[in-house]
Design a protein around this ligand. Structure first.
Ligand code: AGP
Length: 372
């Protein structure tokens, strides 16, 4: 009913708007302004976490994209190797797991059969399983050794939005906590990022306030057949997520690429007026990557692409090559997906509406996939 949708036309719009609160709620009681983390609820003792030799993340769809981003954060802050795998592929290749392996299963519903089967397989091999889940008492957390709940509240729209942002928050918390417990050379950076997390809900709110031009752009592209997405570093999984949203909502051919791969094949797809969304990493931090992606934008534009550039406020190097510029607030490099994903959600939702599609219930899809 209209009341359930809180005045919005679709649950998806309501859930996009709820993201600042979902992010804040997921941080609540777990971080403080002093830069320390409290994650006692993760009932895996510190001595066990210190012995972890490998982290393996299993998930499906949007949750898998959260896992891909988590890998960058985990390996950087903890110095522990991390693999990310589609849950549906995991157990069938006889993966190498032991008691020193920490498996992280990410699932909004907690009922996804592929993810459940992957975690069962992991536990049979003696691995410890930590669930990141949005649904209290669902099967995946019940069968795991520990759980870190996301506090997105119920997500009704089939396309995941607020659950994804909170999965990212939970992944960062796990990465930072593991780094804190193990004591790496990044201790100071970890404390600074924990403090920075305190302003991230506000940053998401600011993105939401500037979305009208994105909606307008989406409407203008309603007749297109294809949209490509490019990203690098943590922007690469953001590109994959932008493409998945467009597939499931707008039923368009959409593909995400690592920008560095462009020259190894995908650049052949570029033609006159093809919309290409580029997620640009911060010019601070890993500035080499920033410069490389700016030259990618130049290359595709020279071949006629219509460039839609998602870039940090104050990043002026991209301005001459952006047909459309979408600004996101400045964040620490690894946290950028929390703000960069939001315009892509709005873009897909508006494109779906413009194409006359059912936003909350896309064809052929179910909210949770309880068969393998
Ligand atoms: C996201 O928009 C999709 N509907 C889908 O990819 C989803 O993320 C996937 O099926 C995993 O679901 P889960 O998080 O409930 O396990």
């Amino acid at each position: 009913s209209a009341a359930e949708k809180g005045g919005y036309d679709y649950f998806m719009l309501k859930e996009i708007a709820e993201q600042p609160k979902a992010v804040a709620d997921t941080l609540l009681g777990r971080t403080d302004g002093s830069g320390s983390l409290t994650l006692d609820e993760v009932r895996i003792p510190a001595n066990v976490l210190r012995e972890v030799g490998k982290v393996v993340i299993v998930a499906c769809g949007t949750a898998f994209h959260a896992g891909l981003i988590a890998k960058y954060a985990i390996e950087h802050w903890t110095r522990v190797p991390c693999e990310v795998e589609l849950a549906s592929e995991f157990r069938y290749r006889d993966p190498i797991l032991d008691q020193q392996t920490l498996v992280v299963a990410i699932s909004q519903s907690g009922e996804t059969m592929d993810t459940l089967m992957a975690l069962r397989h992991a536990r049979e091999q003696g691995a410890k399983v930590l669930a990141i889940c949005n649904t209290n008492g669902s099967t995946i957390p019940r069968e795991s050794d520990a759980v870190l709940y996301t506090h997105a509240g119920p997500e009704v729209a089939v396309a995941s939005t607020k659950a994804f942002l909170t999965q990212l928050v939970a992944c960062y918390l796990v990465a930072l906590y593991l780094g804190q417990v193990r004591g790496t050379k990044y201790a100071d950076e970890i404390r600074a990022v924990v403090r920075d997390l305190g302003s991230i809900a506000g940053a998401v709110e600011r993105v939401l306030e500037t979305m009208e031009p994105v909606r307008e752009l989406a409407r203008s592209l309603a007749e297109k057949d294809t949209v490509l997405f490019l990203g690098r570093h943590v922007g690469y999984p953001v590109a994959l997520e932008g493409a998945l949203k467009l597939k499931e909502l707008a039923y368009m051919h959409a593909e995400g690429f690592a920008a560095g791969e462009l020259k190894h094949g995908p650049i052949a797809l570029i033609e006159e007026d093809l919309p290409v969304v580029v997620v640009v990493p911060s010019p601070r931090g890993r500035s080499v990557l920033h410069d490389k992606i700016v030259s990618n934008i130049q290359e595709i534009r020279a071949r006629g692409a219509r460039t839609i550039v998602v870039a940090e406020e104050g990043d002026d190097a991209v301005v001459p090559y952006a047909d459309h510029l979408i600004r996101v607030p400045v964040t620490p490099t690894l946290l950028q997906p929390l703000v960069a994903t939001v315009p892509l959600q709005v873009f897909a939702c508006e494109l779906a509406t413009a194409r006359g599609n059912e936003v909350d219930q896309p064809r052929n899809l179910a909210k949770s996939v309880t068969v393998e």
